[in-house]
Design a protein around this ligand. Structure first.
Ligand SMILES: *Cc1c(COP(=O)(O)O)cnc(C)c1O
Length: 393
């Protein structure tokens, strides 16, 4: 029996893994000390737990524990990375390179810096699959470029960027490379050292950890990256991020990293199988659907489809037993079609006709089969009312 509704929105957030939750609970109820309290057992135990989680997080991305700064999530990590690094690079230059398909937690800080602080920002346009090539980055670098920020994998279409090549390019040129790896962490193998990454953002709730905890990797070897904190206070996290550490959440983040590292290969294969089952099932049942994103180089759980002659929003409402996102729903107050799809060159009506399916750890084959049925039926029902569909050539 499939329990409804079926959750297929794992790019928005994920269920906290029960194994993660179980590790967290004692840190609310028994081991509730402040990890900065150096004078008693409560503090020492909390500190030991934080240290263990820092090691788990570092291990997942090939970093050293001292290079991990805990934050409230990826939004804060992106802001700390971008706003924190620039003051130290001011003398070198004022040019930043990023991409039009980044998450708003990167786009908005960059737009503010361009508007208020005199920075020049080049927003690269991706190819039609949503990919930013290292050649396109190389082409726009100048002797004023101090920062490049390109995401590891896109949150709407799942396309994976060549961050290894972009990172090596930046390292060779002495330019800081930041990557918002929020969608890639725990799903794709990452190595910050090999890939020349200076700053990397992640958040636990996208890979089966709790909401409200993330981290910024800050390189401390080779070309160390200096950062100015966003706010002042007790000097926690080596001064990069003041504020009492959220010990239970940090323990959860660490455990989520541990599980992701151990199970990544086998989980990716299983999720990819479910994704293909969904895609093939829909292609069999529904004519005129189009894939958005790269056909192969994308996150295993991502399927972003445009259903011609149907509004994504209307389709979502017509299939309430399946929880997904539409290509224009990112901010429901703002019905603009997705800036990612538009940035890839998808026509406005096809962008509005899109749905994003995000398959995750807790989805089953039965759920996928149920979803295929629900989506196919809903599309057929809506197309009956579409004169454009009836009149198509
Ligand atoms: C979810 C997401 C964020 C924001 O993460 P929070 O932890 O909610 O702040 C940033 N970037 C990408 C690519 C995301 O998918």
């Amino acid at each position: 029996m499939v329990s409804l509704p079926i959750y297929l929105d794992n790019h928005a957030t994920t269920r906290t893994d029960p194994r993660v939750l179980a590790k967290m609970i004692p840190y609310f109820s028994e081991i509730y000390g402040n990890s900065s309290s150096v004078s008693h057992r409560f503090g020492w135990d909390a500190e030991a737990a934080v240290n263990a989680a820092r090691e788990q997080a570092a291990a997942l991305i090939g970093a050293e524990p001292r290079e991990i700064v805990f934050t409230s999530g990826a939004t804060e990590a992106n802001n700390l990375a971008i706003k924190g690094v620039l003051p130290f690079l001011k003398k070198k230059g004022n040019h930043i390179v990023s991409a039009s398909i980044e998450h708003r937690a990167v786009l908005d800080p960059l737009k503010r810096l361009a508007r208020d602080e005199g920075y020049e920002v080049t927003f690269l346009t991706p190819d039609s699959t949503g990919k930013i090539s290292s050649e396109s980055v190389a082409q726009v670098l100048t002797d004023q470029t101090v920062l490049v920020s390109v995401m590891a994998a896109n949150n709407e279409v799942g396309t994976i960027n060549p961050i290894h090549d972009i990172g090596r390019l930046c390292l060779d040129r002495g330019i800081v490379f930041h990557s918002d790896a929020t969608q890639a962490v725990g799903k794709l193998p990452l190595n910050v050292v090999e890939s020349g990454i200076g700053l990397l953002s992640l958040t636990a709730h996208k890979f089966y950890g709790p909401k409200g905890i993330g981290a910024l990797y800050v390189r401390r070897h080779m070309q160390p990256v200096r950062l100015q904190p966003l706010f002042d206070g007790g000097g926690h996290e080596r001064g990069f991020r003041s504020g009492t550490l959220a010990v239970p959440l940090i323990v959860g983040l660490g455990q989520a990293c541990q599980i992701a590292g151990a199970e990544m290969a086998q989980e990716s294969a299983r999720i990819l199988g479910l994704r293909e089952r969904l895609h093939l099932g829909l292609m069999e049942r529904v004519p005129e659907i189009f894939l958005n994103g790269h056909p192969t180089e994308r996150l295993p759980g991502n399927l972003n489809l445009s259903f011609a002659y149907v509004e994504g929003e209307a389709l979502m409402m017509a299939m309430r037993e399946v929880a997904v996102s539409s290509g224009s729903a990112c901010t429901s107050a703002n019905p603009e079609p997705s800036h990612v799809l538009r940035g890839m060159g998808v026509e406005e009506d096809m962008a509005r006709a899109s749905l994003r399916f995000g398959i995750g750890r807790f989805n089953t084959e039965e759920e996928i089969d149920h979803a295929v049925n629900a989506v196919a039926n809903a599309v057929a029902r809506l197309r009956v009312y579409s004169t454009a569909w009836m009149d198509r050539a």
